[in-house]
Design a protein around this ligand. Structure first.
Ligand SMILES: Nc1nc2c(c(=O)[nH]1)N[C@H]1C(S)=C(S)[C@@H](COP(=O)(O)O)O[C@H]1N2
Ligand SMILES: [Mo]
Length: 406
């Protein structure tokens, strides 16, 4: 890509007051418009940031914006202007000159590199892949008992078609040394205070050299939106978004297990099969969060909606897992005693949202609860009861929608 779009982008961000200082990050609030959350936090304002349509505001600085859930029923690819935004550190880049951008690769490689965007794109053939990106804390706000952290609804996820260079092409170009154990990744955002640890993530060398991780520069056929990691974001299909480092510019190959705070103390889950503890208890042994668990949602209805008693109701929704692919999605209207199979739509790849559809009839009038449950190709199935961990990570309980048949 040439320089023109990035220059336009810089002006665009300046125009919205995003460019000069971090403090200038002020969203334009769409007044009078609030989105319901289904837990005790009440409503959320819808706000507009640069390149984004009205999004649900979690925090302003750094920007943390959730996708309104209705977007997931509009298209299987989450549009760039509706894709969620999350940062851990408050000093985020506000202007990036693509012509000055360099990606550095150092540490245990034969030939350390510092390359431009153009050079990166010339290193090998570009690849494309559709993948779900989901925050570890997506749906955390539904944890019971409640947990610390942003009270997220179900909108900290999205499905996009990414274009970029396989990470392993870059690593092989530089020549990884035999004693390599992990690879670390850092972007251009920084802590506000000197004592706050930097946001650095690490992947085991085998994962880093596997086919899927990608240095992506485009999303749904367009440059990455600024707030989604322009100009380069690391894509780790199947893995939670904490590893998908945005504004990526520093990669290092190391001979040990990385001990930075965002690996050693944060983004960790109980080291057991359910990634859970008894409610209210903290785990004695933890490990870094990894692949996503299987999940499914009904997108065509929302809690409180009215359906016709006896008549057909068209249902549709989405399902995804950590990359084995979706085997089946079933619904139940009797608390899970009987399940009705749904039809899976076209497969966009094992890392993508899988659409499901079915027709369902509410048998009697009155309140009815619809459950949706996905099974993955590796035999994983959503649990009937919510598991709990103190960070509210990797929630994947069977979703329930309360409807009224009339
Ligand atoms: N540079 C950088 N990359 C980051 C983060 C961050 O704080 N800084 N947060 C991670 C987390 S926790 C999430 S959920 C995703 C959010 O990506 P998005 O804003 O494109 O949706 O970015 C990940 N990559
Ligand atoms: Mo996240």
């Amino acid at each position: 890509m040439n320089d023109a779009p990035s220059l336009n982008r810089r002006r665009f961000l300046q125009g919205l007051g995003l460019a000069s200082t971090g403090l200038a990050l002020s969203p334009r609030t769409i007044l009078a418009h609030q989105e319901e959350q289904l837990f005790a936090n009440g409503t959320r304002p819808l706000v507009t940031f640069a390149q984004k349509r009205p999004m649900m505001l979690i925090t302003t600085r750094p920007p943390h914006l959730e996708t309104p859930f209705s977007v997931f029923n509009e298209s299987l690819l989450t549009p760039n202007d509706a894709f969620f935004v999350r940062y851990n550190l408050a000093t985020i880049p506000t202007s990036i000159d693509a012509s000055e951008y360099r990606l550095s690769l150092k540490g245990l490689v034969e030939r350390p590199l510092s390359i431009s965007l153009e050079q990166l794109k010339q290193l090998g053939p570009a690849v494309e892949l559709t993948a779900v990106q989901q925050c570890s804390g997506n749906s955390r706000g539904f944890s019971s008992p409640r947990v610390f952290g942003s009270q997220l609804g179900n909108g900290s996820m999205g499905n996009a078609r990414f274009t970029g260079l396989p990470l392993r092409t870059l690593l092989e170009h530089a020549g990884v040394k035999a004693n390599a154990r992990q690879v670390t990744f850092q972007g251009m955002d920084r802590p506000v205070l000197p004592d706050t640890p930097p946001y650095i993530k690490a992947l085991d060398i085998d994962l880093a050299l596997s086919p899927e991780p990608m240095l992506a520069w485009a999303m749904n056929g367009e440059e990455l939106p600024f707030l989604n990691g322009y100009p380069i974001k690391l894509i780790v299909p199947g893995y939670f978004a904490t590893y998908w480092v945005k504004h990526l510019n520093e990669i290092e190959v190391i001979d040990d297990v990385f001990t930075g705070a965002y690996m050693k103390s944060r983004y960790r889950i109980p080291d057991n099969e359910c990634e859970c503890t008894a409610p209210g208890k903290s785990a004695t042994h933890t490990r870094p969060i990894g692949e996503m668990k299987v999940r499914s949602f009904i997108t065509s209805l929302k809690t409180g909606d009215t359906v016709s008693a006896g008549g057909p109701t068209a249902l549709r929704g989405i399902a995804f897992d950590g990359g084995s692919g979706i085997a089946r999605v079933d619904i139940s209207d009797d608390g899970g005693n009987n399940w009705q199979a749904t039809t899976l739509s076209q497969d966009m790849g094992r890392f993508a949202f899988r659409e499901w559809k079915t027709t369902w009839r509410a048998r009697t009038s009155g309140p009815v609860t619809l459950l949706v449950r996905a099974s993955s190709k590796r035999g994983e199935i959503q649990p009937a009861l919510a598991t709990w961990n103190s960070s509210g990570y990797s929630r994947n309980v069977i979703e329930a929608l309360d409807l009224i048949a009339v």
